[in-house]
Each structure stands twice: as structure tokens, then as C-alpha cells.
Design a protein. Structure first.
Length: 153
């Protein structure tokens, strides 16, 4: 696996990342399909070494992954826009995303205000930190959703 990772990491970093993660099996399968070999690390490694167009195939696989991520995001946004503009969609369906966003933002502001204006008891600090960390993550997702995001995906 280390040899395969070394061959892929400079050409297709996101595929190399997958090879070094629990998704390694899926990455090897995708590489095997792209190079037309058995679904085994050794076969994929040999195929990449022997193929003069390996770099192009690896880059294309990475581009395909990027396109799939963009299509997934686009379909989610399109679904949300369709619901928001549909006359047939129930009001609850139209309001759920903005309502949840408003609840998270309000909770985040409330906790920040409370932390600034009071002292948290020692036995509650870990719980407050955990809740605030969760809200920080949720807030970033909400901001990314409503205002766009800059990611490497």
C-alpha cells in the first residue's frame, strides 16, 4: 500500500488521502476500474507503473471525484430552492431550514453572552465547552450554507 500511496500522492492528493484512510478499499476499487485491473493493491500498483498515461488517468479520477462532490452540493441546493418556491410544499418544509439556523445562531449568541457576563462553575466547564464546540461547528455549517464555502472538496 505504501508504494501505491507514493505513486499517487503527488498526482492525485485526494485519492492518496483516501488510500490512507478507512476508505482505502473504495479508492483501490476506483483505481482498479480506471486502470482495468483486478481489485488488488499489487495489481493497481503494477498497472500505474506500467501505464505511460497513468498521471492523466489519476488526474481524471480526481476531477471526477470533484465533479461528484459539486453535483451532490448542487442537488441539495436545488432541492432546497424547489421546496422554498413550491406552492405545494407545506409551510413547515419551507421554514425548517431557516428555523433551525435561527435556533442555532440564537443559542450560540446566548451562550457567548452568558459566558462574557458570568462565571461558569468549575464542574460545568467541560459541559459548557462541549456544547459551545458543537454550536461552533453547527454555526460554521450554517454560515457556509447561507453564504457559501471555500473548501478543497
Amino acid at each position: 500500500m505504501n508504494e501505491l500511496l507514493g505513486l499517487v500522492k503527488n498526482i492525485a492528493p485526494s485519492i492518496a488521502t483516501a488510500l490512507g484512510s478507512p476508505l482505502a478499499g473504495m479508492a483501490v476499487t476506483a483505481l482498479a476500474q480506471r486502470f482495468g485491473v483486478e481489485d488488488e493493491v499489487e495489481a493497481v500498483t503494477k498497472a500505474i507503473k506500467a501505464d505511460p498515461e497513468a498521471a492523466i488517468k489519476l488526474k481524471q479520477l480526481e476531477i471526477d471525484k470533484f465533479k461528484a462532490v459539486l453535483a451532490d452540493k448542487d442537488s441539495a441546493r436545488s432541492r432546497e430552492a424547489t421546496i422554498a418556491t413550491s406552492e405545494k410544499a407545506p409551510l413547515l418544509n419551507k421554514l425548517i431550514s431557516p428555523a433551525l439556523a435561527l435556533i442555532v445562531v440564537t443559542a450560540w449568541v446566548g451562550i457567548q453572552f452568558t459566558l462574557i457576563n458570568s462565571t461558569v462553575p468549575q464542574e460545568m466547564r467541560e459541559l459548557v465547552a462541549r456544547v459551545l464546540g458543537t454550536l461552533d461547528g453547527a454555526l460554521m455549517v450554517i454560515l457556509s450554507y447561507y453564504f457559501g464555502a471555500s473548501t478543497k472538496d
